[in-house]
Ligand binder design. Structure first.
Ligand code: NDP
Length: 251
């Protein structure tokens, strides 16, 4: 530990596409230097070039967030090359396979927890003492409305996303005194690749249940992240912010 904290440096995991790419773009637009983490080298390099061409500072780091050693090595490189980030957005994650609880294999369970929960832990564990030393930090964990409610055939996914909310609230309590806030965002159905893979009939049924009659966009979630890590989000700590077009307001 020793690098200086840079309030305008943000790590975004799962930045190769979907919500994470949108978060990186919106943060870059808001003047942040962004460290882009994901496994898809080509997609990361494409986004890095796009952001750089637009005048932003972006660096990509190929990293599987479920691999503890890879995360530690990546973070060490970021610290040496860019400094300590003031902002950490844990977005990398996925759903599925959507099996009934008694059909979930140990491998599926462990793999999903590895990405959706362990990865967040590896990154926060590294960031917290460094942010504390710098007296500032903004951590945003992308959970889901399935972090607040259950859903048929989603036991593993819902368990990982509930875990993120408990983890975020606890970090808020433990680290708030050091200038660090930690919040979770709970998106409903957002039109990314994850949702594009759903059966057309399932998509139609989902749309029917959403009061606003449409899926959310990745940019809408990204703007919520930007609010939380920007000057107007300074007193929001330990919250689980829902962005779902009213879906979870149904009885
Ligand atoms: P996508 O499938 O479009 O993107 C997922 C991102 O996570 C990709 O950039 C992928 O990059 C990255 N990722 C997956 N596994 C790993 C890994 N092991 N290591 C590093 N990066 C990884 O999903 P969305 O953009 O839709 O989802 C982003 C987040 O939002 C997830 O946490 C998801 O659970 C959550 N969410 C999404 C909703 C939706 O409706 N879309 C609703 C609620 C929550 P790569 O493959 O290159 O590694």
């Amino acid at each position: 530990m020793g690098a200086r904290l840079n309030e305008k440096l943000a790590i975004v995991t799962g930045a190769s596409r979907g919500i994470g790419a949108a978060i990186a773009e919106v943060l870059a637009e808001n003047g942040f230097q962004v460290a882009l983490l994901a496994r898809d080298a080509q997609a990361l390099s494409w986004l890095e070039q796009k952001l750089t061409a637009a005048g932003a500072r972006a660096r990509s780091f190929i990293c599987d967030v479920s691999d503890e050693a890879a995360v530690d090595a990546t973070l060490a490189r970021i610290e040496t090359d860019l400094g300590v980030p003031g902002v950490l957005v844990n977005n990398a994650g996925y759903g599925g396979p959507f099996h009934r609880a008694d059909e979930v294999s140990t491998k599926e369970w462990d793999t999903l927890f590895g990405v959706n929960v362990d990865g967040v832990y590896y990154l926060c564990r590294w960031a917290l003492p460094r942010m504390k030393a710098g007296g500032y930090g903004r951590i945003v964990n992308i959970s889901s409305i399935q972090g607040l409610f259950g859903g048929a055939r989603s036991s593993t996914y819902a368990a990982t996303k509930h875990a993120l909310i408990g983890y975020s609230k606890t970090l808020a309590v433990e680290w708030g005194a050091y200038g660090i806030t930690c919040n979770a965002i709970c998106p409903g159905y957002i039109d990314t690749e994850m949702l594009a893979k759903a059966d057309p009939e399932v998509r139609k049924e989902l749309l029917r249940r959403i009061p606003t009659g449409r899926f959310g966009t990745a940019e809408e979630v990204a703007r919520m992240v930007a609010f939380l890590v920007g000057p107007h989000g300074s007193y929001i700590n330990g919250s689980s912010l829902v962005i779902d077009g009213g879906l979870s307001s149904h009885l």
